[in-house]
Design a binder for this molecule. Structure first.
Ligand SMILES: Nc1ncnc2c1ncn2[C@@H]1O[C@H](COP(=O)(O)OP(=O)(O)O)[C@@H](O)[C@H]1O
Ligand SMILES: [Mg+2]
Length: 363
């Protein structure tokens, strides 16, 4: 079992940024987290030169990987000590509180708003593979194209995909007000674990680290002034969900489902979690609802469609709309060019714009 002390002594072999002493003797190591085979290392490297930082990160990773039983190493680097944003109350972008569903008091005293971020919306589903990330990315882009300032946070730490769907592998840089500056693309501010892990590595880890990452992305990323922070959740109701609702006041949740995965029980379980923390459910989106023939335009209902609407009615939450099944959605998604960006006039993109408009009405 690798311990923090083992890791610290391995890091003594890594030469400091100025070439004198090691990163350990020069106090560059801020935090070491160990969780089974997962190691999370936080370094404070006071240089601007990206090549020097990359050298130190790579050598640290190598040194740690040489220790037995280490499966994955996440290195987070920052520059000068972060100056955390002033702890002012909620600043509503645009200067006014959004209308929409009223929030009851939260049972979590630890919740604190993110200064400058007006609304925080979680995109959830009971199961994986229903198109949650696809819906989250395209809704974020649709909101941005309607003029909103939008951030997109990947809380799916087990299978991050925002970096793939948005087609960027840029690395987040140190921020000026907070520790990490988000990556920017197509008008969105992005943060994903996919920017920090090595490509192709499966991420297998347990609760405490998941919670740490979600909290860090919420609190230590320089989101700036946002109208919406859209959060792509992992499926189900686990540690990431719990951390999210305990850390920040959610404006609401969007539940994504497909006609084949529809189950009242699953949808209800998801709703229940948000209800217990008094976060409104903004509504249900039915994805892969029906198939539009690319040749003749005919609509084919592969699964009995319309179940999303029925479930929404039975659970007394809004139905936000349905997205057709379209092979182009997957193709452009794999290429990192979401449909709302690459083909904004397509019927699928129009469906996303309609849902985005409903989200704006409800939040
Ligand atoms: N409306 C759609 N039409 C066609 N393919 C879709 C659609 N929505 C999602 N997909 C595809 O389904 C797969 C799973 O989607 P993803 O967004 O990764 O789901 P999740 O985040 O729920 O696991 C991806 O390959 C994606 O491109
Ligand atoms: Mg996903």
């Amino acid at each position: 079992m690798t311990t923090q002390a083992d890791i610290r002594s391995a890091l003594e072999a890594v030469i400091d940024v100025y070439g004198v002493g090691s990163i350990v003797s020069q106090n560059r190591v801020e935090k070491i987290g160990v969780d089974g085979g997962m190691v999370m290392l936080s370094l404070n490297l006071p240089v601007d030169d990206a090549r020097v930082k990359e050298r130190v990160e790579a050598e640290s990773r190598e040194a740690i990987k040489k220790l037995g039983g280490v499966r994955e190493v996440i290195v987070m680097t920052k520059g000068a000590k972060p100056k955390l944003g002033t702890a002012s109350g909620p600043q509503r972008a645009g200067g006014h509180a959004p209308p929409g569903p009223a929030r009851g008091p939260s049972p979590f005293e630890s919740q604190a708003p993110i200064a400058g971020v007006a609304r925080i919306v979680a995109v959830s589903s009971a199961k994986g593979g229903v198109g949650k990330s696809t819906v989250c990315v395209n809704l974020a882009l649709a909101l941005a194209k309607r003029g909103a300032r939008v951030g997109l946070m990947d809380a799916d730490v087990y299978g991050p995909s925002i970096h793939v769907l948005m087609g960027t592998n840029d690395r987040p840089q140190p921020g000026t007000k907070k520790e990490i500056a988000p990556v920017e693309k197509d008008g969105l501010k992005l943060m994903s674990l996919g920017f920090l892990t090595e490509k192709g590595q499966p991420v297998i880890w347990r609760g405490p680290i998941v919670m740490g990452v979600v909290k860090k992305f919420l609190q230590d990323v320089e989101w700036g002034e946002l109208d919406y922070l859209m959060i792509d959740m992992p499926p189900g109701t686990g540690d990431a969900q719990l951390t999210l609702v305990q850390t920040v006041p959610l404006t609401g949740a969007i539940i994504v489902t497909t006609p084949s995965e529809l189950s009242l029980v699953d949808a209800e379980k998801g709703l229940e979690m948000y209800r217990t923390v008094n976060a409104p459910v903004l509504g249900i989106v039915e994805n892969m609802s029906y198939f539009v023939c690319p040749h003749c335009g005919e609509h084919t209902e592969i699964f009995a469609h319309g179940g999303g609407r029925k479930i929404a009615e039975r659970l007394h939450v809004p139905f936000l709309g349905e997205i057709p099944l379209d092979p182009e959605v997957r193709r452009v998604g794999d290429e990192g060019r979401p449909i709302v960006q690459s083909n904004p006039d397509s019927p699928v993109a129009k469906a996303f714009f309609e849902i985005a408009d409903r989200v704006r009405d409800f939040s």
